[in-house]
Design a protein around this ligand. Structure first.
Ligand code: PLP
Length: 456
């Protein structure tokens, strides 16, 4: 490590409060500093190269590192005009909105902000305002699902299905109501396949009827649950969910913060399931982390509700996001989208995702500790259990050891977040969409030997 980097490490240890991290161990050890990235690889302060199988730890760098053309586009945009508040338009903002909507038939309006949590908050606020404007203050309840995650702000935490994240931060905001998860591997009903999917959807209807349909404004779901354990929906689930929303006049909010912009092999996760959403929120892969940008996208029908009475001073969406007016985000997002199209990254995602699943399934034959393999495109998980029949989760220490062993072999992988104690047991893989077949094999070979070292 160069002298300069020793200084960086000590500055970091002295002053940076890392996300999601216990800092006590740093008093003797040192934090990992990521110094550089290129393609699918990153280098740390010791010059060690890692294959990053989780796109910046949290599934963000969809087009990979070192894209100078995105850097150039950001530079050009900010030199011409870095910022103007979203009460006016900007050239990159208008052009990216047009481009995005081309990929989202049925949707029509883009509201810019700068984090996934914030995008979800915008949708929640729109739902609440519609409840007041159209339903006399009823229909304020927002349903969310067990194990889903929507962000770290107070309202998104209130819509959070991972209990440990909320412990010690209460009280939560009112009128966020939980519905059961749809994970077939840890089944809540003695059914399989489509029957299971329909039953899991019916569980949502039961909650709506318990709460009173006239009080429920929206249902907010991830298309594939991400940090809650890479949960792919069972067959028939989404058709039934949509029918329920329609039946009770409930707006459907799809959180695409992780799945959006190619991660699952379509532009959006919801497009695999024939879903017609009222709100789609997105962030991470939108500009692959080259600039902070997020959007809450909605339909013309929703938008119309906010302008039906120009004489009423309250009759617009009374919200602003200061940095939603930065031009760097949409300028980066435009080039990010160009790259995905030009390099055929949706197709690559489907192909490489199938290879990743096949490799993980082969590992499941070999390692009894893998209880289930799930995924969509380049977003996959392997659930680790100490007893396949009982589905007993492995310990957190064992999960940590597998992740650490992979890192020793030069591969960074992820693990699901604790939703209930003891269920932090899903290895997560979400590499950049540029990954090659050889790199997929290198990644699963590292997992193979990590499992051998930890479990024998
Ligand atoms: N929604 C989902 C599904 C997420 O996974 C995340 C973050 O991991 C968020 C929302 C929140 O995004 P942000 O951290 O940008 O606020």
């Amino acid at each position: 490590m160069s002298n300069d980097l020793s200084h960086v490490v000590s500055a970091d240890k002295a002053h940076v409060w890392h996300h999601l991290t216990q800092h006590k161990p740093y008093e003797v050890g040192e934090p990992r500093i990521i110094v550089e990235g290129q393609g699918i690889h990153v280098w740390d302060q010791h010059g060690t190269r890692f294959l990053d199988a989780v796109s910046g730890a949290v599934w963000t760098v969809n087009v990979g590192y070192g894209r100078t053309e995105i850097g150039d586009a950001i530079r050009d945009a900010v030199v011409k005009l870095n910022y103007f508040a979203g009460s006016a338009g900007t050239i990159p903002g208008a052009l990216f909105a047009e481009r995005l909507i081309e990929k989202m038939p049925g949707m029509s309006r883009v509201y810019y902000c700068n984090s996934g949590s914030e995008a979800n908050e915008k949708a929640f606020k729109m739902v609440r305002q519609i409840a007041h404007k159209k339903y006399g203050g009823k229909k304020t309840k927002i349903l969310y699902r067990d194990r889903d995650y929507h962000g770290g702000t107070m309202a998104t935490m209130s819509a959070g299905g991972q209990d440990q994240r909320n412990e010690q931060y209460g009280p939560m905001a009112p009128d966020f109501i939980r519905v059961p998860h749809c994970m077939e591997y840890r089944a809540q009903w003695d059914l399989t396949g489509e029957a299971y999917g329909k039953r899991a959807a019916a569980a949502i209807e039961e909650v709506i009827l318990r709460e009173g349909p006239e009080t429920v404004g929206a249902l907010c779901l991830e298309p594939v649950t991400a940090g809650g354990g890479v949960i792919t929906p069972p067959e028939g689930y989404w058709d039934a969910v949509q029918a329920i929303c329609k039946k009770y006049d409930i707006l459907l909010h799809i959180d695409e913060v992780v799945c959006g912009i190619g991660r699952t092999g379509e532009w959006f996760g919801y497009q695999h399931y024939g879903i017609k959403p009222d709100f789609v929120t997105m962030a991470k892969g939108l500009a692959s982390g080259y600039a902070a940008i997020a959007c809450c996208v909605t339909t013309e029908e929703v938008f119309e509700m906010f302008k039906d009475d120009p004489a009423d001073i309250l009759n617009h969406f009374r919200d602003i996001s200061t940095f939603g007016g930065c031009t760097a985000g949409p300028a980066a997002a435009l080039v990010n989208m160009d790259i995905i199209e030009r390099e055929g990254l949706l197709e690559n995602t489907t192909k490489m995702g199938a290879r990743l699943i096949a490799n993980l399934n082969a590992l499941m034959e070999k390692h009894a500790v893998i209880g289930d393999v799930r995924g969509k495109g380049l977003f996959c998980g392997a659930e680790l259990v100490s007893d396949r029949a009982a589905k007993t989760p492995v310990t957190e220490a064992q999960m940590g050891a597998v992740v650490a062993e992979c890192a020793k072999q030069g591969v960074i992988i992820g693990a699901s977040n604790r939703s209930v104690p003891g269920l932090n047991n899903v290895l997560c893989f979400a590499p950049a969409l540029i990954i090659t077949a050889d790199q997929i094999d290198e990644l699963t070979a590292a997992v193979d030997s990590a499992l051998i070292r930890v479990f024998g």
